[in-house]
Design a protein around this ligand. Sequence first.
Ligand code: ATP
Ligand code: MG
Length: 247
Amino acid sequence: MSALLRADGLGKRFGGLRAVKQVSFELAAGEITGILGPNGAGKTTLFNLLTGFMAPDEGRVEFAGKVLTGLAPQRVVNLGLARTFQLCRPFVGMSVLENVMVGCLCPRVRADGGGAARAMELLRMVGLERKAQTPAQLLPYGDQRRLEIARALATRPRLLLLDEPFAGLGKAEIDPLSDLIRRLHAQEGLTLLIIEHKLREFMKLVTRVIAMDFGEVIAEGDPEGIVQDPRVIRAYIGGTEDAHGAA
Ligand SMILES: Nc1ncnc2c1ncn2[C@@H]1O[C@H](COP(=O)(O)OP(=O)(O)OP(=O)(O)O)[C@@H](O)[C@H]1O
Ligand SMILES: [Mg+2]
């Protein structure tokens, strides 16, 4: 099995704080992998290192056989690694359709042509086709999350990183979004890496979990095993200040 993504010894400091420490893992093509960890564990920073939004202080990232370390985000996305953000970031002052059309400008897909038609197809896929002309910033939060996914999909990624896709959503919105993510995996063959805190939905979605605490990978395994891992319980599932502080 050759890895689609390989992170090797990644590290990032902010002043005296080591936000990511010696993080190494691999993702095989076709996997849905989850990243679990308490607030401040370094999950989003790890995404930033993988996607070129931040340069690591140490370590390297390989994707589809190419070294990504040090490449700018637009170069990374053009190689087929796209992401969404923990806080939705639609392009303000543009319609929902135009937001997705921006993704269609990625050099990787420009040759596919039909920006508006392709963007509309993606809006249909995520269930936003009737809101195509709505200014993006007026969408309710759950729809903004779908828009972020459609915009990322417009770049035709092989690997999509989702940073807390269920944050701020109720169960009525989470279930259909989970179904959408499953469909993208099954029908589009997308490989996914998902950060999430909503454990019940998350554990049903992912096939493997990487658990982090204080910037480090503390455990890795299938969802059933990981929720019973004492290090994970201490760091996260116990959830109390005491449990976390004692870790
Ligand atoms: N740009 C930055 N400058 C300084 N410190 C930062 C910066 N980004 C993150 N940090 C710090 O690094 C640590 C890891 O933050 P990160 O956002 O990666 O955590 P997280 O696991 O995504 O947490 P959450 O679950 O709350 O989103 C935190 O202590 C955070 O305050
Ligand atoms: Mg985060």
